[in-house]
Design a binder for this molecule. Sequence first.
Ligand SMILES: NC(=O)c1ccc[n+]([C@@H]2O[C@H](COP(=O)([O-])OP(=O)(O)OC[C@H]3O[C@@H](n4cnc5c(N)ncnc54)[C@H](O)[C@@H]3O)[C@@H](O)[C@H]2O)c1
Ligand SMILES: [Zn+2]
Length: 382
Amino acid sequence: MTSEPSFGACGKCDPREIAHIWETVSVPLGERSYDILVGPGLLSELPALLDEFRPGRKFILVTDSNVADFLAHDLVALFESAGMNVPVVTFPAGEESKCMDTIVSMAREMIALGADRGSVILALGGGVTGDMAGFLASVFMRGIEFIQLPTTLLAQVDSSVGGKTGVDLPEGKNLLGTFAQPARVYADIGVLCTLPARELRNGIAEVIKYGMIWSEDLFSMLEDNWWDVINLEPLTTAEIVKQSCTIKADVVSRDEREGGLRRILNFGHTAGHAVEASSDYSIPHGEAVSMGMMVAACISRNRGLLPPEAVSRLKALLQRFGLPTSIPGTVTDEDIIRLIQHDKKVRDGKVHFVLCNAIGKTLIADDVSSEEVIRAVTEVRG
Ligand SMILES: NC(=O)c1ccc[n+]([C@@H]2O[C@H](COP(=O)([O-])OP(=O)(O)OC[C@H]3O[C@@H](n4cnc5c(N)ncnc54)[C@H](O)[C@@H]3O)[C@@H](O)[C@H]2O)c1
Ligand SMILES: [Zn+2]
C-alpha cells in the first residue's frame, strides 16, 4: 500500500485544512515581476499550481543530496501520480558544492536529460540550492525560467527573493553571480518542521534584521510571539515569512541591482561577514549577523542615533532565539577591522555601515571610523 506524500513531518500543517491561509506577495519589477506564495501545503498542490507554466514545458528539479532524500523523492512521486515526468538533478549538500564545477556538471546533466530553452528549473532546497539553480538557469542556453521552492527559513525569507544568484570562488563567497528573477516562489512553511534548530536560527536572524531596518511591527510581533515562532506554529510562521518577503520585495523593487536602498539589507552584515570569515566560517551566517547587528546597533547608540533601550530590546530578542550577542575572543579586533576593509561594501576606500536611528528605521553612514568599530566590538564583547 502506498501512502500519499505529505510535506511537513510534524503534522501541524494539514494542507487540506489550512490551505486558505496561503498568501501572495508580489514583487513588482516590470516585465520581471513575480509572485511569492506563502503557506503550508503548497508543495502538495504543486502539480496543479504548475499548470499555468505548461503545456509542453519540461521541468527539471534541482536539489541537494539531503533534500533529495527527504523531500524530492516524494515530490517526484507526486508529479508521477499527476502524469508529469520530472527528472532530478542532485548535488552534494553544503556550501562546498556552491562552485562552478557543480554548475558545469549540472548543466551537462541537463543536456543529457534533453533540457532545452523552454525548460523550467525547479529549485528545491535552501539558499545554496536556490543560488546555484538560479545561476544555472540564468546562463543555461542564455537563460531559462526557474521557480524557487525554498525549504529553509533563510531561503524563504531571504535568498529566494530578490534575484541574486551566485557561486563561490576559492577567493571568496558569491564572487560569481547574476541578477535573475525567478518566475515564481512557492514558500511551503510545512517543510520547515525538519529543519535543525541551528538552521532555523539562521533564518530568524534575518527576520529580526527586517524588523530592525524596516518594521517595528514585525520586531514587536517577534517579541510577543517568540514561542510560537520557535515552535513553527503555522499561522505565526506564515505571517513572519510573508512580512519578511514583503519587506524584501519592497526594498528590491525600489532598487533591483543594489545601487542604493538595497544596501540596507546589509544591516549587521558588515561586521557579521568579518566575524564569519575570521572564524573560517565555523560561526554560521545567522549567528555572525546576530553579533554584527549588535555592533551596528552599538555604533548607532554611540553616535546618539539609537536610544539605549532599543539596543537592549535587540539584545533581548536575539537572546530569546538563542542567537549570540557577544563576539568570541578567538575573533580579534584586528581581524574584524582588516576583514571589514576587504568587504564588498567598501566603496572608494570608505566603509558603508548600515546604522539604525530607531527600531524599523535605518540610515547609511560612509564615515564610520575603525575606532568606532573597535569601541562597539569591545562593548559587544561585554
Ligand atoms: N541570493 C541571496 O540573496 C542570498 C541571501 C542570503 C543567503 N544566500 C546564500 O544562501 C546560502 C545559505 O542558505 P541556507 O542557510 O538555506 O543553506 P543550505 O542551502 O546549505 O541549507 C542548509 C542545510 O539545510 C538542509 N535543508 C534544507 N531544507 C531542509 C529542511 N526542510 N529540513 C531539514 N534540512 C534542510 C540542507 O540540505 C543543508 O544541509 C549561502 O550560500 C548564502 O550565500 C543568498
Ligand atoms: Zn544574511
